[in-house]
Design a protein around this ligand. Structure first.
Ligand code: RET
Length: 261
């Protein structure tokens, strides 16, 4: 059998798996269905579909790029795959209980945010030798940010103090990509296209990511009515994920394609 056959089979199997995951999750458990007036539930649904489509796209596009860029696209596809599965589950939790699926969201973030951080490391290692310190610092910043946020949202610690700890973790990440070693490697070694992608990615980490602490603030620190602030919180987090998971992956895809020519 030739390689082409295996390549085609491989893509077919990935797509089939995705379809299976999505069809299995079509029906809400417990017989409850998505009401057409449930705006939050509808955003969960829409975004889960966008994530499934993005996953298929990133995995298939892997064939088009040069070897050293393939891992970056695999990681983009893993981010949207992991997130889509969480979105199916979160949608069900929202529809059947009307409560905020905080735990699942944080499990999702705990997997996808380190993967997104790895992308900075990967695009730099595709062009030059880079120290693993970049990877570790970004990972530590991520963990401080997420653990801070989780203990606050889950009510294990004071909401304000947790918020501040989370903000410090995020600030540490921003420092690394704007003024730390990662930014220096990009400025001194990366070709123009890669630098442009790096710069857009760090803008997303600054502006796109700012949406989450704003959501936390609205949800927990303004003292507004819990039920309506939870609806707002979920809509804000859902929209943020489109930018920070799908658009982020597309930027990497576009530089990978242009650098592969
Ligand atoms: C795909 C999911 C992503 C990119 C999630 C990112 C989440 C954050 C940037 C969360 C940030 C937070 C702070 C900066 C302060 C504390 C509260 C958090 C955890 C919401």
């Amino acid at each position: 059998m030739n390689n082409n056959f295996f390549r085609i089979m491989k893509s077919k199997i990935s797509i089939a798996t995705l379809l299976l995951i999505s069809s299995k999750s079509m029906f809400a458990s417990d017989g409850k269905v998505l009401e057409s007036s449930d705006f939050v539930g509808i955003t969960f649904w829409l975004i889960s579909m966008a994530l499934v489509a993005s996953t298929a796209f990133f995995f298939l596009e892997r064939d088009r790029v040069a070897g050293k860029w393939k891992t970056s696209l695999t990681v983009s596809g893993l981010v949207t795959l992991v997130a889509s599965t969480h979105y199916f589950y979160m949608r069900d939790v929202w529809i059947t209980t009307g409560s905020t699926p905080t735990v699942y969201r944080y499990i999702d973030w705990l997997i996808t945010v380190p993967l997104l951080m790895t992308e900075f490391y990967l695009i730099l290692s595709a062009i030059t030798a880079v120290s693993s310190g970049i990877f570790w610092r970004l990972l530590i910043g991520t963990l401080v940010m997420l653990v801070g946020g989780y203990v606050g949202e889950a009510g294990y610690a004071n909401a304000w103090i947790s918020f501040i700890v989370g903000m410090l973790g995020w600030a540490f990440i921003i420092y690394e990509v704007f003024a730390g070693e990662a930014s220096k490697v990009s400025a001194s070694h990366a070709p123009e296209n890669v630098q442009k992608a790096f710069n857009t990615m760090r803008l997303i980490v600054t502006i796109g990511w700012a949406i989450y602490p704003i959501g936390y603030f609205v949800g927990y620190l303004t003292g507004s009515d819990p039920a309506s602030s939870m609806a707002t919180l979920n809509i804000i987090y859902n929209l943020a994920d489109v930018l920070n998971k799908i658009a982020f992956g597309l930027i990497i895809w576009s530089v990978a394609v242009s650098e592969s020519k």
